[in-house]
Write a protein that binds this ligand. Structure first.
Ligand code: SF4
Length: 573
């Protein structure tokens, strides 16, 4: 038996798991080890595309990383009932089962919380009020009684005991929701413009596209178990950004002008390779698609990635690295081969500039395209809401709005469809819950990942420090009159996308004594951007103690206020 396997994996090979999985595993690896078991059978079924890619990796002399071996030893969907049985005993999962649970949306959080976190799937970030209230009930019954809005316009519920994991997932099904594929090497929550369908500026309503792609993924198991995680976003061209440039695939609604080589009108521009934590934003491919083509083209892009992504080194396994190695032309040629046709390309000169973005569109009251109706953005303290607040907010949406609650990538949410006559009531009811529809220049763009309170990778308490920074700047820099995005991320995974903030902080342990004692702190980058001014920020300070960060940020902002020629000059400039 291959020496690469730990005892648990050998147990599967010896027949604990399905014989088919074991046969695939031994057969595949034999290829890379000089044979000995004869030619393996050609794989079939939904995992065949992945098995062939793994076999090719091994045949070329590569050593599959642990996660690839775990996927192959037991498909996480086929292992579901075993996972449930073991979780029902209240035990913590083994590392490989922690990975497998993530296919079902549950993440074991240890040692910080010794419980599961569940990350949902909410296409385009939009829930109905009864779903929102239902999630609050589930968080009370099975979790810690609170939820967080994430930077993918999604919800996470924490402190779910092992034996409550499956009941929580069952409850999601009752609400018409799922967490399937929300973690591990899968396509993450599908984001779309938060004000889709209500924004006068938008070119296209992203809701049907996001929902359609969400269902496309969920109904094709071959699109699970990629070389690494994968993000897709749809931007409708409206006032509120969706940060599609930080996604592996971004679809941007654009207006193609008369005189181009394709029919004038609204098309989706294809941008590829965004991964801000690796200091790269998605770049324009020159390709434009009809909106109805997005699913099929995204599917083809994924199949090229599945066949060619790196399955040996987790640090190089995102699609960006295939693009870097091949270049766009080769990658798109492979996509066209899968599709069996050429993609349309348009010279950028024939595409109208994108409409303006409003950095405050996710905060406060804004007129909808529908006469007499408004959306109202509510600020949450770095994304957190108690279950009681959620139920009350759901009631407001039902009684004063159109019943929808729209999450944004700014870790907050919007009410929509609020008549003019109800706006004041919404503001008062939100304030009574200890929340606000108004935000200072610093608080409106404050984004923080989970941090050390709930993530083992974190070097610092990002959420706690974010609130300290906001309090400090509000008290000491009242003259700040433009929105500033401050993003705090706990580690190199960059869940809070620190490289695209005006000011970005990435957790770092700061050595404070000759004995090597450390305290929490951050490396600080400045000048990042998104939307109409995308840019990766530049590091200016390393290892700043957390207690010193508010003062450093104040100094940066004072320098900006002093040096700018007008309010219109961005922090990035
Ligand atoms: Fe955890 Fe790192 Fe993501 Fe923060 S950025 S939530 S510390 S993995």
């Amino acid at each position: 038996m291959a020496e690469d396997f730990n005892p648990e994996q050998k147990r599967y090979l010896e027949g604990f798991a399905s014989g088919i999985a074991a046969a695939r595993l031994t057969g595949g690896l034999a290829l890379g080890q000089g044979g000995g078991g004869g030619a393996p059978a050609e794989p079939t079924g939904p995992d065949a595309i992945h098995i062939r890619a793994q076999d090719a990796t091994v045949k070329a002399g590569g050593k599959l990383c642990d996660q690839e071996k775990w996927k192959r030893a037991e498909n996480p969907f086929e292992g579901h009932n075993r996972l449930i049985s073991e979780a029902a005993t209240g035990s913590a999962p083994k590392p490989e089962d922690n990975f497998r649970w993530r296919y079902h949306g549950l993440f074991w959080v240890a040692p910080a919380q010794n419980s599961y976190m569940c990350r949902l799937r909410i296409p385009n970030g939009i829930l109905q009020h009864w779903q929102f209230a239902g999630i609050a009930d589930l968080a009370d019954a099975h979790g810690g009684g609170y939820s967080h809005v994430t930077t993918r316009a999604n919800l996470q519920v924490r402190e779910i005991a092992p034996e409550h994991g499956q009941p929580f997932l069952d409850g999601l099904i009752d609400l018409g929701l799922t967490a399937r594929g929300a973690g591990a090497d899968n396509i993450r929550n599908v984001t779309g413009s938060p004000v889709a369908g209500i924004d006068a500026q938008e070119l296209l309503d992203t809701r049907p596209l996001a929902k359609s792609w969400h269902n496309w993924i969920l109904n094709d198991r071959s699109l699970f178990g990629l070389p690494r995680k994968f993000n897709v976003a749809f931007d409708g061209g409206g006032v509120m950004p969706v940060l599609e440039e930080t996604n592996d695939i971004g679809f941007q609604a654009v207006r193609v002008l008369e005189g181009a080589n394709v029919e004038a009108g609204v098309w989706m521009r294809l941008v590829l390779g965004g991964i801000s934590g690796h200091r790269d934003l998605a770049r324009d491919t020159g390709v434009v698609l009809r909106p109805a083509e997005c699913n099929r083209v995204a599917d083809a892009i994924l199949r090229v990635f599945i066949q060619n992504g790196d399955r040996t080194n987790r640090n190089k396994s995102r699609m960006k690295y295939v693009l870097d190695a091949w270049g766009f032309d080769k990658y798109l040629a492979a996509v066209e081969e899968v599709l069996g046709r050429k993609l349309d390309r348009v010279d950028p000169a024939h595409i109208a500039p994108r409409g303006r973005m409003d950095r405050f569109a996710h905060v406060g009251v804004h007129r909808q395209v529908q006469a007499g109706l408004n959306w109202i953005g509510v600020i949450l303290p770095v994304g957190k809401m108690t279950s009681d607040q959620m139920r009350a907010l759901a009631k407001i949406a039902a009684e004063c709005g159109d019943g929808a609650i729209r999450m944004t990538v700014w870790q907050n949410f919007l009410f929509s469809g609020v008549p003019d006559a109800k706006v004041a009531e919404v503001e008062a009811r939100v304030a009574a819950l200890g929340l606000t529809t108004e935000a200072s220049s610093i608080r409106a763009g404050l984004v923080a990942c989970t941090g050390s309170r709930g993530c083992k990778f974190a070097a610092s308490d990002t959420k706690g420090h974010a609130l300290v920074i906001a309090d400090y700047i509000e008290a000491n820099l009242k003259e700040l009159d433009v929105p500033v995005n401050v993003h705090l991320t706990g580690c190199h995974h960059s869940c809070a996308q620190h490289y695209i903030g005006d000011i970005g902080l990435i957790g770092a342990k700061v050595v404070v004594s000759e004995e090597g004692d450390t305290v929490e702190g951050y490396d600080i980058v400045v000048g990042g951007g998104f939307g109409d001014s995308p840019k990766i920020g530049t590091e200016i300070w390393k290892a700043v103690k957390a207690e010193d960060c508010p003062g450093r940020i104040e100094a940066l902002l004072r320098a900006y206020l002093k040096g700018r020629e007008s309010q219109a000059e961005s922090f990035q400039a």
